[in-house]
Design a protein around this ligand. Sequence first.
Ligand code: NI
Length: 185
Amino acid sequence: MVLPIYVYGEPVLRKIAQEVDVENTDWKPLVADMFETMYHAGGVGLAAPQIGKDISLFVIDTEPFKESFPDVKLYKGAFINPVITEEWGEDFVFAEGCLSLPNLNEEVTRKSNIRIEYYDENGVFHEQEFDGLAARVIQHEYDHLEGKVFVDHLSAIKKMVLKRSLNDIASGRTHAAYKTVHPKK
Ligand code: NI
């Protein structure tokens, strides 16, 4: 089922996501819906707060990067109760976008390598290292679970420049090619 995507200005995007019960809950149906929603909207990652749920879960699939970056390491997966335990390496600049910030792309600097602990949708625990674009997408989605969006990483001047675009998104004046939820006026 394709779910509507909550956009910038919605309070749920500012909440700290809650850990979920991995052992006693079947997360596969929600994970399936999140993949479907992400593909429908043309994204490479989607975090639960973006579908209005303040829980610690996100999905990623780097496949769409293949066209522009043929060497990209493909990774598809769900990350439940993830914890990034280490970030290291070079500062890596990349223009990020977000389904909760339609039509906005800005360069964000992040570390190139991460180590992350998480459960998959079958309840299996993983500790894994990522680099390149997979690491980037994970860092971006992980931010969502901490109530952050990528524009929070930009300079004060850059944020000033974007103020109008952000207001347009929050008030529903920005057109997205998918169904969105935005704050009522
Ligand atoms: Ni995002």
